[in-house]
Ligand binder design. Sequence first.
Ligand code: ADP
Ligand code: ADP
Ligand code: MG
Length: 730
Amino acid sequence: MVLIRVPPRRPHFDKILIANRGEIACRVIRTAKKLGIRTVAVYSEVDADSMHAQLADEAYCIGPAQSSDSYLRIDKIIDICHRSGAQAVHPGYGFLSENAKFAEMLAAEGIVFIGPPASAITSMGSKSESKNIMTTAGVPCVPGYHGTNQDPDFLLSEAQKIGFPVLVKAVHGGGGKGMRTVHSALDFKEALASARREAQKSFGNADVLVEKFVTRPRHVEVQVFADTFGNAVSLWERDCSVQRRNQKIIEEAPAPGLSPELRTDLSEKAVAAAKAVNYVGAGTVEFIFDKDTEKFYFMEMNTRLQVEHPVSEMITGLDLVEWQLEVAAGNPLSLSQSEIPMVGHAFEARIYAENPRNDFLPDSGRLLYLSTPEPTTIFAPALPPALAVTSDSLSLVQTMPPPRVTPSVRLEQGFGVGAQIGVFYDPMIAKLVVHAEDRTAALRVLRKALDDYKVVGVSTNIEFLRTLAGHQAFIAGDVDTGFIPKHREEFFPPITDPGVEVFAQAALFVVLRERTSLTQSPWSSLGARRFNGDALKRTIALQADVDGAIPSTIAVTTLGPNLFDVAVTLSSGVETVYAFVSAHLLSPTELVATLGLRACRTTIVSQTPPAHAAASAVHSTMERLHIFADGERTSLVLPSPTWLRTLGGDGLGAGAGALRAPMPSLVVEVKVGVGDIVEQGDAVIVLESMKTETVLRAPRAGIVKAVGCAKGEMVEEGKELVDIEQSEEA
Ligand code: ADP
Ligand code: ADP
Ligand code: MG
């Protein structure tokens, strides 16, 4: 007979404040609701109607849009805690989540910080100090300079010692910001300056470290959890190798192809790392794994809940936010290492407002239309604790027989239809999480879910993710952080002309919707005329939404209430006629049509130009139709009639020397003045949008004719920033 002494369980908090926004705030609120904990949201002025503010029991405005005036205002957040009676604060990720001062100030006010002790944040928040701690603890680190000397010449000499390529990293960085890969000494100083500037802005500290750039690395990280009683466990690893701009876009658990021995080794090292800093709560120990040498190195520890935590939840059946709340309330971890399940395989795809074809630059705008795959679950699946093989060891989990895994789809959203994805915050819109029996099955579920994910209003990476999830090398699990550049050609094949069926469907949509609307918009073609008494023939011009596209013409003849002849003449001159097409609109965005022998149901969403945009040949000033058919998306433009364009003054369609803002952004630096002579490729303007810096370079050599922006100014997408006149002799 064994007597087990269970410490009395401490009650949960009654009320917590969530110092964050978007999907993570919503995620935390959901678990709090499940546990009967009341929630307090804080929001900035532009987030007044946001989902997180609506989901919470109470919500308070804490200031203007800029994070530094709202989500980063410690004083205001503490004040709201007092006013609302919140006993604890969940910081989410980003913002104040890894701010030791915040944790300390909360403690001083008697408010619990749902996270690690300030001392652990401080040690691990610095990539330099954490590397020193790890080296002492016997965990290998990437070779490099992690010291305090920040002199550019000195750092350059260190880089030369390490050998190019090197990576310049913000010591207090995160989210891939303040990081630059440098291939040669020539580029070093410009990259250093840019990294420092970004670091200063994002983290309030410009210090950098320089380390060896591993050329074929995998990013493998371990989820750890520790309680206040000195217990620490690993919830296994995640592979987050597929990245762009040093930021993860698709993550999975467990890591494919990892041997049980390596898994155990990594987990043990990660737990040791957590114990070395007396860690408490959820943390992630990141490793870089060199595919060539099969060696792994400690990279950094994130002292917070990670964006990609759901994949670990899916394979362990746990709710990590619930675990965080338990630990913060002073309760011990509910499972020992040997009881932690590892069942099936999970993926997370991050849905970003961005433009993959344009170097993944962030996009902003309103979510005009949103149709997501149907989630089958809100939390992780309930799994039985693993059978203890040996007590409290990290040896491989064995559950006999393994529980059946029902494929599941989970959505972590922070924004609904109508929400503005603004330039002030991160461009992540949502996360799509899937779980299934094994990797192949999970990928199949992911692809289907991505097919069903439709967004209009901002460019997204959804189609890119879909291509990725269907890529042979990815299916084979052959990933490293250079995966996207390596397969660029396959990910971005040349854009082909839309198919005939797409043009036919779009034209039918235009004809059908006008029956239901009283006002005839000037954006549709004007060539309507009656002929043969009762038949009505409309000719509509449509073109692909790519530069230089030539319009195709579609003649739609109405034969009866829902019966049409459709003749499509492609720009190539090829004509296709569909006779006796039956078609109708199921809803303002759903077209049903029988083309030939095929019945198709198509989602078509119209995006009208902003009211103030003058008509011109620039696509963003015209109506666009987004057609979602057979898992593919096509965007067509209804060209504005030429007469309207002359009214609008198409003078805007400037020459080859004009540099325009590729997205709404803040002008960080103007490097030229009128009259300056520039070479092709010279950095001319530095922009910042969604915490990312973009350098605009001279498209050709010449003389600066005009500068249309100033440092510190917010500029709209498409605004002409600099005009460069070709010099005479060039
Ligand atoms: P993960 O490793 O979980 O992907 P990241 O390091 O990418 O986490 O950062 C998580 C999120 O927090 C990202 O959206 C990033 O832009 C944001 N972020 C990271 N550090 C900061 C910071 N200091 N201030 C504001 N946002 C940050
Ligand atoms: P952050 O705090 O921004 O997440 P990390 O130090 O974790 O910064 O690095 C982010 C990503 O950059 C990693 O996931 C990896 O892809 C890449 N990276 C980091 N260090 C190296 C390195 N030494 N060599 C090659 N790639 C690296
Ligand atoms: Mg990292």
